[in-house]
Design a protein around this ligand. Structure first.
Ligand code: G3P
Ligand code: CA
Length: 232
């Protein structure tokens, strides 16, 4: 059975990257939850864009906003933007936590936060999956946390096919569904890499991904996606 990840939580029905979207995904029994991490002035915020404007009632750049300021802003359902610690506490060891690093700085502090949470048993090593389009950042993270699972993000098929992900010591390649084909999935599998497709919501797309032989999908509607997968 392929894995189903809630994309930005169950973001089709709740505000993306919100605690309610995470809670809904957990209730569905997803394999994992994908969330976007950005640096704010003095912490890590769970938000996709570098700007506050699209998803909150605030204005300006996330990295110029403090945690205290963020706590006063509201998502469309009146929740606030979660911090990294809040989502780690909420998910705990209930599902794989896929943190996609967007504009994330002070990575030493990020690594220390992860290590602290593992040490305190808040999260389990085997349930953490770090991904990024910034492959230099992934290489650095793998050096600092050799045990961590790495998901190499790519929009399209690289010239080296799946070889780039091997160089990163990645476990998986996270790829735009529109660029996936049989040849790429075969190449990845032969190199011992998994392929996870984003963002897959419609039944016909889920069926196509199953046909390609992907190992998992990211969906905004994880409940529906799980149902379609189970029916195959
Ligand atoms: O992690 C998969 C996917 O979320 C990457 O694209 O723009 O939705 O963060 P985006
Ligand atoms: Ca993402």
């Amino acid at each position: 059975m392929i894995q189903v990840f809630a994309h930005r939580g169950a973001s089709g029905n709740y505000p993306e990257n919100s605690l309610s979207a995470i809670q809904a995904a957990l209730e569905v029994g997803v394999d994992g939850i994908e969330l976007d991490v950005q640096s704010c002035l003095d912490d890590y915020a769970i938000i996709h864009d570098t700007w506050l404007d699209r998803t909150t009632n605030g204005r300006g750049k996330v990295n110029e906003t403090s945690r205290a300021q963020l706590s006063h802003l509201r998502l469309s359902n009146n929740e606030s933007v979660p911090t990294l610690q809040q989502v780690l506490d909420t998910i705990g060891q209930q599902a794989t936590i896929n943190l996609e690093l967007k504009h994330t700085f002070s990575l030493d502090k990020f690594v220390a936060t992860i290590e602290d949470n593992v040490q305190r048993g808040v999260i389990a090593r085997h349930q953490l999956l770090l991904s990024s389009f910034d492959h230099h950042q992934l290489l650095w993270l793998k050096q600092k946390l050799p045990w961590v699972r790495i998901g190499a993000l790519t929009a399209s098929i690289p010239l080296t096919f799946a070889q780039f992900a091997q160089q990163l010591h990645a476990e998986s390649i996270h790829m735009d569904k529109n660029f996936i084909n049989h040849e790429f999935v075969q190449d990845a599998k032969q190199r011992g890499l998994k392929v996870l497709a984003y963002t897959v919501d419609k039944a016909k797309d889920i069926e196509l991904m199953l046909d390609y032989g992907v190992d998992g999908i990211f969906s905004n509607y994880p409940c529906y996606a799980k149902m379609v997968v189970q029916q195959q």
